[in-house]
Write a protein that binds this ligand. Structure first.
Ligand SMILES: C[S@@+](CC[C@H](N)C(=O)[O-])C[C@H]1O[C@@H](n2cnc3c(N)ncnc32)[C@H](O)[C@@H]1O
Length: 201
């Protein structure tokens, strides 16, 4: 689409209707499931309108919201401002350029609902590894590879096109690059799973 920023990942538009909140009624619970803790500095990569960013800010020491779409970042900033949290930074830019956008190493990179659209996934994984502290973690929250017509939210099929969806094995294979090892797979009902990788070198 002409009005998308250059480098926008396919099938990663932020939903406009109210169904995101219906699908993710407990974003804080997802963050606990993937292992985000109070002593962590976290990057919320492809943060969108900040639905998860706000909850990360409530759990972690600090969170950096990164998104290529400055308009989404503004919505996220307003959301966090309204909630009174102050431990958050906002950076507009392309996820591939992560270590230029935020050169300070972090404990955790969280990426929800975007990895499926990255054209060169190992490149993205290497960029994430570069910003992780030793033993830092990378969580990818992805849609299960079910047909789109089966993933119903508020009475309608939702989410990325079926062909873009990835199995856990495909995600692990794409993200396990040098120095980034698969550590855990967890289910995130009703339609998602999370892969957690750890920096190993
Ligand atoms: C489906 S939304 C998910 C937002 C958030 N992670 C969530 O789950 O609520 C995906 C986001 O990825 C962003 N995005 C797409 N391509 C990107 C890129 N190359 N670099 C950084 N962000 C990107 C989009 O602007 C959008 O806000």
């Amino acid at each position: 689409m002409a009005d998308r920023p250059l480098g926008f990942f396919e099938g990663t538009e932020m939903p406009t209707a109210g169904w995101w909140e219906a699908l993710w009624p407990d974003p804080g619970g997802v963050l606990c499931t993937v292992g985000i803790k109070s002593d962590m500095d976290v990057i919320d990569l492809c943060s969108g309108d900040g639905w998860f960013t706000l909850q990360i800010a409530k759990i972690a020491r600090h969170v950096v919201a990164i998104d290529i779409d400055a308009d989404q970042l503004k919505v996220a900033r307003d959301r966090l401002d309204e909630s009174g949290v102050t431990n958050c930074s906002f950076v507009a830019g392309d996820a591939y350029k992560l270590n230029k956008l935020w050169p300070t190493p972090v404990n955790f990179v969280f990426m929800a609902n975007a990895f499926h659209g990255v054209p060169d996934k190992p490149r993205l994984a290497r960029a994430v590894r570069e910003v992780l502290k030793p033993t830092g973690q990378f969580a990818i929250v992805n849609w299960h590879p079910r047909p789109r017509e089966e993933t119903i939210v508020l009475g309608e099929p939702r989410g990325p096109r079926t062909e873009l969806r990835m199995s856990p094995d495909q995600t692990i294979k794409a993200a396990e690059v040098d120095g980034l090892k698969f550590s855990k797979l967890v289910d995130v009902p009703p339609y998602h799973y999370a892969i957690i990788l750890e920096r190993s070198g």
